[in-house]
Design a binder for this molecule. Structure first.
Ligand SMILES: [Ca+2]
Ligand SMILES: [Ca+2]
Ligand SMILES: [Ca+2]
Length: 501
């Protein structure tokens, strides 16, 4: 008997140890909107500590303290490690959705396993930390599931053209399993889109959209069409995930897409790393090409995104450049990885000197700033993209090593720097229109760069630097070295653009 007990104890300890190492974080709390959650948005409310249900799927059943405050009783929620240092979804401003009425029981689930099944969101894909879903499912009771996007003018009222069905009729495999399927053809190009539920006779609901992050806040899903082959969409409404399949051959080389010349991935937009078409150095991991603008926007500013292996860079918004019909734009895309602490560390986009939109340019960024939830700790305002207190300089002062090199610097004196942990920051160009930093982003126009983590030691100078050309951003204490720059960046005014063409 005693031996048996001992064996059980050892086994139990082993199980606990296995669970502990498998946990994404030491503790996982469900956090969300009041009045459903009571209290709302407390990152470590003991009542909302999730438990491992087995297989590294965490869950908790809650009783809604009130109706979800949004359309269709939508509430927002996420998973926190108890301090906001780590969350799922990973990006601070993004939340998953649920629906609840007062007193209803809702089961919240977070699957921390990478599925690798081609559906998104998935852990480890696009920075996702886990797959969040609810039981009953968010789209419970929906009459239809539809696509709305660039290919139909974002029409959410015509619910039959791009409808996905769960009727067991091909291409849908099984009726009533919550997997909705549809197959359509498109004109070649790159399209943003969302998946929407339709309730009753209402139009598709933007408030309960399926985005890159699942049924959650998040950027548009993306469809890259390379030919006339049909594209099949499978949406798992149980967990809010989507898979896109096509027999069209995938494009594996990087393409620079812009409405100023073409948004169609293919040979006409292919970037090169072979020393031709404007690429300065063959085989250096930097892909380039000179494009001629044929369809400039009226504003004189256009943007470009590089599509590579089904991901786009920048991931949000686009890299801006000054534009006019007939001008040449040299787009460069660096696939090397730089271990200097600056973000993005790889997949960096920029354009040639004469087309660059730099701080202080008309219609461009007014300056370079840092912002986040740490600024109030330094005596300023949190999340003010144009706070004078947080403006960086490129004049050789305040820790800036070289005037005029477009690497901007700010140094906060140690006397005002407290110990901070779990803070979030990003760079801006004086307003939210222009942003800098973050993995997969860099310099963006009309984007929403994910925030970056910030932790500090008290009493030590805190220095930020931002490269206004590559959009790379980083910080350190008491100083941070300048970000690495490729030799072909051509920031030297003495080197004419034509020498690169
Ligand atoms: Ca089905
Ligand atoms: Ca190259
Ligand atoms: Ca500088």
């Amino acid at each position: 008997m005693q031996t048996t007990k001992l064996t059980l104890t050892v086994a139990a300890l082993a199980a606990v140890a296995a669970v502990a190492t498998a946990q994404p974080w030491a503790n996982n709390y469900a956090v969300g909107d009041g009045p459903v959650f009571n209290p709302g948005w407390d990152p470590a409310a003991p009542a909302y500590l999730m438990t491992n249900l087995g297989g590294n799927v965490y869950g908790i059943d809650i009783v809604a303290g009130g109706n979800g405050p949004g359309a269709y009783n939508r509430f927002q929620w996420k998973v926190s490690d108890g301090t906001w240092s780590n969350t799922a979804p990973s990006n601070g401003p993004e939340n998953a959705y649920g629906r609840a009425t007062s007193g209803a029981t809702v089961s919240l689930r977070c699957d921390f396993n990478a599925q690798g099944d081609g559906f998104i969101p998935d852990k480890g894909v696009n920075g996702q930390n886990g797959i969040l879903y609810t039981i009953p499912k968010v789209w419970d009771g929906a009459a239809k599931v539809i696509l709305a996007g660039d290919f139909n003018g974002w029409n959410n009222a015509t619910t039959s053209t791009y409808e996905l069905k769960d009727d067991g009729v091909a291409p849908d495999a099984t009726a009533g399993d919550g997997f909705y399927t549809g197959q359509f053809t498109f004109t070649p190009g790159t399209y943003g889109f969302l998946v929407l539920p339709v309730f009753g006779s209402d139009p598709g609901s933007w408030d309960l959209k399926l985005s890159q992050r699942g049924i959650a806040d998040g950027g548009n899903l993306q469809l890259v069409v390379t030919g006339s082959d049909p594209y099949k969409f499978t949406v798992d409404t149980n967990k809010g995930r989507i898979k896109i399949e096509s027999t069209a051959p995938p494009i594996t080389y990087p393409c620079a897409l812009s409405s100023a010349w073409s948004t169609v991935p293919g040979t006409a937009t292919q970037l090169f790393d072979d020393g031709t078409n404007g690429d300065a150095v063959s085989g250096d991991g930097i892909y380039s090409r000179v494009f001629t603008v044929t369809n400039a926007s009226g504003s004189g500013i256009d943007t470009v995104n590089v599509l590579h292996n089904s991901n786009t860079y920048p991931a949000t918004g686009g890299y801006p450049f000054t534009s006019a019909n007939g001008v040449s734009v040299l787009v460069s895309y660096d696939t090397n990885t730089y271990a200097d602490g600056f973000q993005p560390a790889t997949k960096i986009v920029w354009v040639n000197a004469s087309r660059r939109l730099l701080p202080g340019d008309p219609n461009g960024p007014t300056g370079v700033h840092v912002t986040g939830d740490f600024v109030a700790d330094l005596g300023g305002s949190n999340w003010n993209p144009g706070d004078p207190l947080t403006q960086l300089v490129d004049d050789g002062t305040n820790g800036d090593s070289t005037a005029g090199d477009r690497i901007y610097t700010i140094t906060f004196p140690g006397a005002i720097v407290p110990a901070m942990s779990g803070k979030n920051w990003k760079g801006t160009g004086g307003s939210w229109t222009w942003q800098y930093g973050s993995p997969d982003n860099g310099f963006t126009r009309s984007g929403n760069n994910p925030t970056m983590p910030l932790n500090t030691t008290a009493g030590t100078d805190l220095q930020f630097k931002i490269d206004a050309i590559t959009g790379r951003a980083g910080y350190g204490q008491p100083t941070v070295a300048n970000p690495t720059r490729p030799a072909v960046l051509n920031n030297n005014a003495a080197v004419a653009d034509w020498q690169l063409f």
